[in-house]
Design a protein around this ligand. Structure first.
Ligand code: SF4
Length: 434
């Protein structure tokens, strides 16, 4: 019995793809990651869940290295998952061998970022478009030829281009050829990895419009991977924001852009440049580097950069005091606080350091109690140039005592915030959040 016998007939708006607790961890000593990370477990994708409805466009968005491309490839079983389940049209792909799911591949196509390198320069455009049909033994030779020419028209190219070579085309045209190739097997799902990021901005909208037209005409489902929030806003129905292998937030597009809840999403949206050259508004941008996926931060993976980190219970702070303590903590962790040492080896009197800290972080007075004592201890370490000690103090006594470090937020769908369609992987948006 073929795997195709178990396929569900999925109607528009019904679930076509289910991703449930999907994880992909790499052993970095067994591939190109070895040189980068040493021999450890790289948690590229961890516990990711979402559903996709037939006919919708869902976008995975996040900074470079957040795991979105690995997630897409794991969904398509181009790389083997470490755990979890992926069901396409009711078939659990993770339960079948590559050979068994091969017939399904014609229903799941992929297009890549670079239209130049993804087209074989030695093949004519017609051969490139026909190749997937041939691989799946679809249609007669004459039918394939006719279909390839029809598809060229569908992607707004000329039928006559059939006999030309990829180098004769612009980037936008080459991406249209890629689209025609992906469409050739009449797929249900097309995964688009940064489909327009290599193109000029003026061409991007044209290609995205063609993608939308094709979707409408053929009932296509798109999974779009992009780092570009403007592209995502243009094309997506729903958006999943990824951070360090997890989905941080998932919502309908307008809901996400108008009402972002996760601090990471808010920071990403704040970082979008304002298209007004007169504006000198310094918008908030993300501080700090993305941590390594080897031994990612405990609890919430965003906690080392989160501007909304939840205060540890032991600190009894007045309004605004926690924000100032957190700003001080971060400045010590990143060594962006400059105490003004007299030379490269000498320390400073502790009183001088305290004055500078107070001026910069606590102009209305240092906090009382445990928080105040901590600031004094940190100032002493900085005065003695013992930065490792100062960093260890703020990390252990502030950041790692937050619920954001001790408890992992709920990353599994279904959504349980707002109207039920807005998922947020953050303690601030859980009933039991502190
Ligand atoms: S769980 Fe904590 S660290 Fe993570 S996003 Fe929410 S507030 Fe920030």
């Amino acid at each position: 019995m073929s795997v195709l016998d178990g396929l569900d007939d999925v109607g528009m708006g019904e679930t076509i793809l289910e991703v449930d607790g999907l994880s992909k961890h790499f052993q970095s000593d067994t591939g190109i990651l070895a040189g980068l990370f040493g021999s450890e477990d790289v948690e590229a994708v961890d516990d990711v869940s979402f559903d996709v409805a037939k006919g919708e466009t869902i976008a995975l968005v996040g900074e470079s290295g957040c795991g979105k491309s690995t997630l897409a490839r794991t969904i398509l079983q181009l790389i083997e998952p470490t755990g979890g389940r992926v069901a396409f049209k009711g078939i659990d792909l993770t339960e079948h061998s590559q050979r068994e799911i091969r017939p399904l591949r014609r229903d799941m196509q992929m297009i890549f970022q670079d239209p130049q390198s993804s087209l074989n320069p030695r093949m004519k455009v017609g051969q490139i478009i026909e190749e997937p049909m041939q691989a799946h033994d679809m249609y007669t030779k004459a039918e394939r030829r006719e279909r390839a020419k029809d598809l060229l028209e569908r992607v707004e190219l000329e039928r006559e281009y059939y006999n030309r070579y990829p180098h004769e085309f612009s980037g936008g045209q080459r991406q249209r050829i890629n689209l025609a190739r992906a469409m050739s097997t009449d797929p249900d799902l097309i995964v688009c990895d940064e489909p327009v990021s290599a193109l000029d901005v003026s061409v991007q909208a044209q290609v995205l419009n063609t993608m939308r037209d094709l979707q409408e005409e053929y009932g296509l489902t798109y999974l779009v991977i992009s780092h570009d929030l403007s592209v995502v806003r243009y094309i997506a129905d729903r958006v999943a924001v990824m951070y360090l292998g997890h989905i941080a937030e998932l919502a309908e597009k307008e809901e996400l852009y108008e009402n972002p809840k996760h601090p990471y999403t808010r920071a990403l949206l704040d970082a979008i440049p304002i298209p007004d050259p007169r504006s000198r508004d310094a918008r908030g941008t993300l501080e700090g580097d993305v941590p390594s996926p080897i031994n990612p931060p405990s609890g919430c993976r965003f906690r080392t950069r989160c501007p909304s980190l939840i205060a540890p219970d032991e600190y009894d702070l007045a309004d605004g005091e926690w924000d100032r303590l957190l700003a001080f903590t971060r400045a010590v962790q990143r060594r962006t606080f400059v105490p003004g040492y007299p030379d490269e080896s000498e320390g400073l009197p502790v009183g001088t350091v305290e004055n500078r800290v107070d001026e910069e972080y606590f102009p209305d007075g240092r906090p009382d109690g445990a928080a105040g004592t901590l600031v004094e201890e940190v100032c002493r370490s900085i005065a003695d140039r013992e930065w490792d000690d100062a960093q260890a103090l703020v990390t252990e006594r502030v950041e790692e005592r937050s619920v954001c470090a001790t408890d992992r937020p709920q990353y599994a769908l279904p959504a349980d915030v707002g109207d039920g369609s807005h998922f947020v992987g953050c303690h601030l948006h859980r009933e039991d959040a502190t």
